[in-house]
Design a protein around this ligand. Structure first.
Ligand code: PBG
Ligand code: ZN
Length: 325
């Protein structure tokens, strides 16, 4: 036999020599849920992930940074009393995210990449990602200035990257314009170019207390039956000034990650979302799978499909336990 591919699989060293893809701490972005109150509590449906005070968040990040995890994505979890129909808490100078960003930047400066979620659902009383009219319709253009102001607050606090996840049309341009007009020309935008509606975000909504109180998000998030639509939206986002593109959820969209990679528009970030993480954890707890190994196989598949970086709840554990380094 002339061709024996097994020759290149004979030892770990040989397999390492010919490995095409790798997963390093630098590829991972750790999500954080930050609350205004002191103390921390574990989120039941996201094992190992906390809703944490600003202080505790800084402490966690310090540990992660020592192990090479140098990027975070922050989600605010405001008190129920701070929520209003227009989500104005999102634009508060002393809201939990501006406070957290200032604290992180004071502690770690340029060593840490701070990304912030830009969306209203955590701050609106109805739980939708934009403002809602008297008919229950989420209003696109009325939402844009609020999102832009939210992003500006984060930039003023020192955020490196604004990550709009709301799925309103035109929000990348609105954010870019306001940031530039205020001198924040170097604050980047990571746009959720492809974000499908559906059941994948369940545990996140527990964590962020951001479920819609009526209806669903299908009038603004994408239909999972569609692929071309997402590629078109990615082009529009880049035209509007997006620096990086998010694809979410990750594993159900490996085809789109691959096609975006081929289109060579911008660096691609994939979001390995809450239920992708939690279902591995649940099966591991039942003793049905090896959770660490399965998690790694999820993440390496996402890298192989073409993602430059991955938002993953497994980041901390992966570097702590040393299954990536
Ligand atoms: C807010 C937002 C959501 C996620 C990220 N940003 C929830 C949603 O759209 O309902 C989901 C992330 C996850 O499931 O881990 N717009
Ligand atoms: Zn939202």
């Amino acid at each position: 036999m002339l061709n024996r591919s097994r020759r290149l699989r004979t030892s770990a060293a040989m397999r390492n020599l010919v490995a095409e893809t790798d997963l390093r701490p630098r590829h991972l972005i750790q999500p954080h849920f930050v609350q205004p109150q002191s103390g921390s509590s574990e989120i039941a449906s996201l094992p190992g992930i906390l809703r944490a005070s600003v202080e505790d968040t800084v402490r966690q990040v310090e540990q992660d940074l020592k192990r090479g995890l140098a990027s975070v994505l922050l989600f605010g979890v405001p008190d129920a009393e701070s929520k209003t129909p227009d989500g104005r808490y999102a634009c508060d100078h002393n809201g939990v995210i501006p406070v957290a960003v200032r604290a992180l930047k004071k502690a770690f400066g340029a060593d840490l990449i701070v990304m912030t979620d830009v969306c209203l659902c955590g701050c609106t009383s109805h739980g939708h990602c934009g403002v809602v009219d008297e008919h229950g319709v989420v209003r696109n253009d009325e939402t844009l200035p609020i999102l832009a102001e939210m992003a500006l607050r984060h930039a003023e606090a020192g955020a490196d990257v604004a990550a709009p996840s709301d799925m309103m049309d035109g929000r990348v341009a609105a954010i870019r314009d306001l940031l530039d007009a205020n001198g924040y020309t170097n604050t980047s935008i990571l746009s959720y170019a492809i974000k499908h509606a559906g059941a994948y975000y369940g545990p996140f909504r527990d964590a962020a207390d951001s479920s819609p109180k009526f209806g669903d998000r299908r009038s603004y998030q994408m239909d999972p039956r569609n692929a071309r639509e997402g590629l078109q939206d990615a082009l529009l986002d880049v035209d509007e000034g997006a620096d990086m593109l998010m694809v979410k959820p990750a594993l159900p969209n490996l085809d789109l990650i691959w096609r975006l990679r081929e289109a060579q528009l911008a660096p691609i970030c994939a979001y390995h979302v809450s239920s992708e993480f939690s279902s591995v954890k649940a099966a591991d707890r039942l003793g049905w799978v090896n959770g660490d190994q399965l998690m790694f196989e999820h993440l390496i598949a996402i890298r192989r499909a073409g993602a430059d970086m991955i938002v993953s709840y497994a980041g901390r554990e992966a570097v702590e336990k040393g299954w990536i380094s």
